[in-house]
Design a binder for this molecule. Structure first.
Ligand code: MSP
Length: 472
């Protein structure tokens, strides 16, 4: 059986989940479910990033100890993914014992191989990014992402000999052994390597909330090194390694564009240093803005998945978030757009068609003889799009079938036909199309598509409840 290991970034627990986090997780879920549909052995990992200054400061603001704070927010992430019907096989927390063990093991091994040295670091640190930034990157003296002045940090740290692996990483990216998609991101990464990168520090002296360095307990593991390792500690890298041998290297790692450097350069370099294979593929997606503005607590414009679920239901939310834009690009969203899209594609689209067809079938007692998986052509078309992560185009192909069926129903008016066999034929054809679409929609709308498949797999199709009630 073919294996497929897919990951999302692990989310900072400094605040509750918003639709940006949900976006990556839903995309990963769609891909994971698609591979399951193809009968591959899928391991789908997501989780949370609990250490570092950013989280510690949020806990402090609420007068809580960091662990307690992390427990609470982590649970919210877990609950949200459950609510959204996310099919992850594991949920890793960086405060998990298994993770801590794995990180210690990894770092000890790096040190044993002489790849760690002690040095002094002086630089500008942005807590929002949890990284050092250069003077060049500042805009009006501030971090362009967090619009905050970085702190001047000077301390003794341990460094990783990144420079030793840059050539190799560059080659692997150039020849797509580490495939970075979309192509612009591959070029961006190669550009970053060309500009030159310095060795990076893997520990912090002043940060307290985190994993201690095994050989120097006064130092805390740098939160990014801690976090990246989750992708292998979740596979029991620190322990019996059975899962690790089965599933590593990752077949696909999803991430937002803001964390490209860590995933495309630092991460492969760390792995190569221990002779571990790098991930096969990284897909870098864009960012959501809300009516042109960055989603942020201070602007008070955060949209949470719960708010969306309340209005559009679980599958509605999944569909809307996935259809905002071509996967990989930035998207600007607002409630009005969500509502229009929901009504057009779901309420008046698939929901209405399913209701119309099933109503006539039940009312006129008509039996149809249709089967799942009968349209190989459609399946192949969707497969091609899914291989390229073109969810928008895959959905468009399916919606074309729905629109055509809807038109055909209106034109052929089976309800006016006296010839029972003719009527049956018209409805059978349309029902078959609905079933074909529903089957391929399962990764996107697991609950609804599953319902339709069940409903239309019976000879005598019965009408059901409205799938997507119209929103005023
Ligand atoms: N903890 C780090 C990642 C460590 S992975 C080893 C981190 N966390 S984060 O919570 O800030 O963001 C993680 C991911 O959430 C982003 O890479 C992106 O996939 C998703 N998004 C967060 N905000 C987003 C938007 N506004 N829009 C789209 N996705 C966004 O960075």
């Amino acid at each position: 059986m073919k294996k497929f290991y897919i990951t999302t970034p692990i989310y900072y627990v400094n605040d509750k989940p918003h639709i940006g986090h949900a976006y990556t997780t839903i995309a990963a879920d769609v891909i994971a479910r698609y591979h399951k549909l193809k009968e591959e052995e899928v391991f789908f990992l997501t989780g949370v990033d609990e250490h570092g200054t950013k989280v510690a400061e949020s806990a402090k603001k609420q007068d809580r100890n960091p662990q307690e704070f992390c427990n609470r927010i982590s649970q919210r992430f877990k609950d949200t993914w459950e609510r959204l019907n996310i099919s992850n096989n594991d949920f890793i927390r960086t405060t998990d014992e298994r993770h801590i063990k794995g990180v210690e093991k990894f770092l000890k091994e790096l040190r044993r191989r002489g790849l760690i040295y002690k040095g002094e670091y002086r630089g500008l640190y942005c807590t929002g990014c949890e990284k050092f930034i250069t003077e060049k990157e500042l805009v009006n003296g501030e971090c362009p992402i967090h619009q905050k002045r970085p702190e001047v940090v000077s301390e003794k740290n341990y460094f990783f000999k990144l420079s030793k692996y840059l050539d190799k990483v560059q080659k692997l990216i150039q020849n797509d052994e580490i495939e970075i998609l979309p192509k612009e991101r591959k070029n961006e990464t190669l550009g970053l390597i060309k500009q030159g990168l310095e060795d990076f520090s893997i520990s912090r002296e002043k940060v307290k909330w985190g994993i201690k360095l095994p050989w120097d307990k006064k130092q805390t593991v740098y939160v990014w090194v801690d976090a990246l390792l989750n992708y292998i500690t979740a596979l029991d890298y620190g322990n019996d390694q059975k899962k690790f041998r089965r599933f590593w290297p990752a077949d696909l790692q999803l991430l937002g564009k803001d964390i490209l450097k860590f995933h495309a350069i630092y991460w492969p370099a760390l792995l190569l240093a221990l002779n571990i294979k790098p991930p096969k593929k990284l897909f870098v997606h864009g960012y959501f803005t809300i009516s042109g503005q960055k989603m942020s607590k201070s602007l008070g414009n955060i949209i949470t998945p719960e708010e969306m679920i309340e209005k559009f239901g679980v599958d509605g939310t999944r569909y809307l978030l996935i259809s905002t834009t071509t996967f990989g690009q930035d998207a600007d969203v607002c409630w009005e757009w969500f509502k229009e899209k929901y009504n057009a594609d779901l309420a008046n689209g698939i929901g209405n068609l399913v209701a119309r067809v099933s109503n006539i079938l039940e009312k006129d007692n008509i039996e149809v003889n249709i089967t799942v998986g009968s349209d190989k052509g459609l399946k192949n078309k969707i497969d091609k799009k899914m291989q390229q992560y073109r969810f928008d185009e895959a959905l468009e192909i399916l919606w074309q079938v729905l629109r055509k069926s809807d038109k055909s129903l209106s034109n052929k008016k089976p309800w006016e036909l006296d010839d029972v066999e003719k009527k049956r034929k018209v409805l059978e054809h349309i029902s078959q199309n609905v079933l074909n679409v529903a089957e391929l929609l399962q990764p996107f709308l697991p609950e609804t598509a599953g319902k339709i498949v069940k409903q239309f797999s019976k000879k005598q199709v019965k009408k059901g409840k409205a799938l997507f009630p119209r929103i005023k």
